[in-house]
Design a protein around this ligand. Sequence first.
Ligand code: CTP
Ligand code: MG
Length: 605
Amino acid sequence: MSVLFQTVINTGKLYSYRNLTKTISSCSCVLVRKISDVPRKFITFDEVVAARRAEARRSLVVQVNSEGSFSELHSYCSKYADIKGIHHYKNISEEHFMLIEFNTEENLKDVLQNCCSHQKDIDVMSLQSPFLWFRAAPGNKDKQMASCSASLVTKDGSSFPSEDTLFEELMGAATVSDQIQLLYDRTKLNDLSVRLRYLVAREVEIVMGSLYANVEVRPFGSSVNGFGRMGCDLDLVLSNVLTDEMTDPSKRLVFQEKRGGGGSGPLELCAGALELRVAGARRVQRILHARVPIVKFAHHHADIDCDLCHANMSGVYMSELLHLVGGLDGRGGGGAALVFAVRRWAAAAALTAAAPGRWITNFPLTLLVLFFLQQGPQPLLPTVRYLVQKAEKEDIRKAEDNLNCTFLRDANKLPLSAYSQNDASLETLLLQFFEFYAQFDFQGKAVSLNEGAAIRKPNALPLYIVNPLEQSMNVSRNVSYEECERLKLEVRNAAWQLEAALETGKTDDWGLLGLIEKKTTRGLKKLLRVGNSHRLVSVKDLFTNDEEQPSSIKDKLEKLGKKSDRDSKTVREVAVTTGDKKERIKFKNSQVASEVYRIRRDKMI
Ligand code: CTP
Ligand code: MG
């Protein structure tokens, strides 16, 4: 980004962005779209949603014994229908599941017609849903084993790297830009996880469809807006779809309707149905008196925590807007990668938390990143006002309370000059992000993505981020003065930390690592790290008893010196006294040893 930000950060140091260009010139830049490039076809949100919903309508999830059940399941289902692909995953209880996609919806209906109930008990009524289980074959199992030439599309598809593995990989990345891209690539929602989210929506839709004439259940939020990470919550919205057919005045036979059936009625009904009818739904919680009433539940089979709301199309249109702008900058996920890095940093700095409260959440944080990308003479993103100006007839949308959610839906219609004329690396952008907000006037200004500029704050709330679809609303109105102050402090610290990291080169928490490691555990982790890697010393590894008993502190120190001379493998020993007994403890990590030694020595003095 050619705009140069200058800022006085909390160290009192004046930092010029120009200083950074030398460091950055060596880092690998992400793909950037130029005017001369042949544009990639942008797939609209509606196209993605339609394709995913169709995919869910021809898919099933079957609980199986193990991944080895694949051949048997494949040959059994092939008797009824053509299979397009089978994906395997495990849930948190290590139970195995296969998601089967058939060629057509008709195929799936054929399979469902051949399903049965397990219980003969009249009290246990099964639900015709896309979640099933595969019963062991009666009789001799060997006879049933079929040879199968097909193979699993995905094996253990819900797993994602542990924190240690991820940090190890980030440690080995070449540049900070590579770290940011890697974090995104390794933690973003994968295809199987998206399929499962649409299948959970489909299951709730089937249940509610048996009670209402024309309902639809759709995922929204980070599961579909391009900013979802593995394991994120699934936001669902239950809506009454009034199609032209359903409201056709020429039709004379009309359904009898129940008055007063609106409000939170459908949600209450849905909560009951989830409890009584959906085998995978656990921990159903009704939060019906909130500003946006929701039903929370955990889907055990899909391993997803869900928040279901009713008639909240503005949330869906907001997801569509984020999907549009997030897909615009032509970097193959560059904008989203930056959002991922910022979200991880915010979580590590405890600016965000799993539970809602008086702090910022991921959604307004994402808006802060997108707003930042709208800045400068060559912004990576256009303003929302521009997208509204470019809207055509087919883009007109109205949400509840007649809220106008019209904006251009098809980014293919945008001139290339409207965005992406900027070749800054992700590393540059991340630092600029922190610097931009380190000097932002939060006290007097509001963030407006509609204008792409800071505007005068309409009230005294500490943090003001204009809701792009409902401009009279502040999406961060819950944020307290203290939390806003912490945000300001943390962006300054992050700018300072990243800049320092770029100057000092690769230490054990270089680049992004120092920013995304949880502050509360950072000190301890640093202490327990094995050498310069991110593998932590296990408690078992840490202490090994030594038979030899040193006679004095002098002995111990001498021994420690000799040991370190002869042993290049960073094994260290520290003398400790427990009661009358003196013993020596070996540490595999010299850093730990010296730290423990320091602590003990300080204590002795
Ligand atoms: N939303 C909104 N206005 C708000 C809050 C939320 O329109 N004030 C919509 C957004 O579309 C948002 C969605 O509701 O994406 C879900 O909100 P939330 O779950 O808080 O955020 P996510 O974007 O889903 O992020 P996370 O991964 O943390 O769930
Ligand atoms: Mg969410």
